[in-house]
Design a protein around this ligand. Structure first.
Ligand code: SF4
Length: 176
């Protein structure tokens, strides 16, 4: 299958790409991620995600940084705990952008690296992906990449490739 893969960062991408490539899929990586703050951090994560795309020989596409639009989208949810309503909206923004990009490129399937992180609830990510995919008309692949040691493998590969590994989720509220 051709799959547009939403990538949140370099380290999380590694094990996911490895698994999907082993399954024989053709991948195009997509980096929207206006949730990341500050701009310098977003740029750093983008550079390392691109590095991973080069390691695995995948095309890499990114969007301009629009953190103000992301702030507007999660407005009123600033005090939510990590894993709560703000994160659900955050997933929605990135997954909707990915679904729309897939539609634009004529790619039938999309999925995300978000489920590989042990800090993110896979059922929540998957439910948002399925809903967004259905509304845009692109097939969301409901992988839970944490399964079968995906997170541990991503840590191992990030070390092997010398990738930058951040110590917070991304937005200014997760810096607290
Ligand atoms: S904590 Fe992470 S998932 Fe939640 S809103 Fe912030 S960047 Fe998005």
């Amino acid at each position: 299958m051709r799959i547009l893969l939403h990538v949140c960062c370099g380290p999380c991408s590694t094990a996911v790409i490895e698994q999907l490539k082993k399954e024989g899929h053709e991948l195009i990586l997509f980096f929207p991620n206006s949730n990341i703050y500050p701009a310098s951090e977003r740029e750093k994560r983008k550079i390392y995600a691109k590095k991973v795309s080069e390691i695995y020989g995948c095309e890499f596409i990114f969007e301009d940084y629009e953190h103000g639009a992301w702030r507007d989208f999660v407005s009123g949810l600033e005090s939510e705990p990590q894993g709560g309503a703000r994160c659900k909206k955050c997933f929605e923004m990135n997954l909707r952008k990915t679904a729309l990009k897939a539609l634009e490129l004529g790619i039938e399937n999309f999925t995300t690296t978000l489920t590989v992180s042990r800090f993110k609830k896979s059922p929540l990510v998957i439910s948002v992906g399925l809903r967004v995919g259905a509304s845009v008309g692109v097939n969301f692949l409901d992988y839970d990449f944490k399964k079968r040691g995906g997170y541990e493998r991503s840590v191992e590969l990030a070390k092997k490739f010398g990738l930058y590994q951040q110590n917070y989720c991304g937005c200014e509220f997760s810096l607290r």
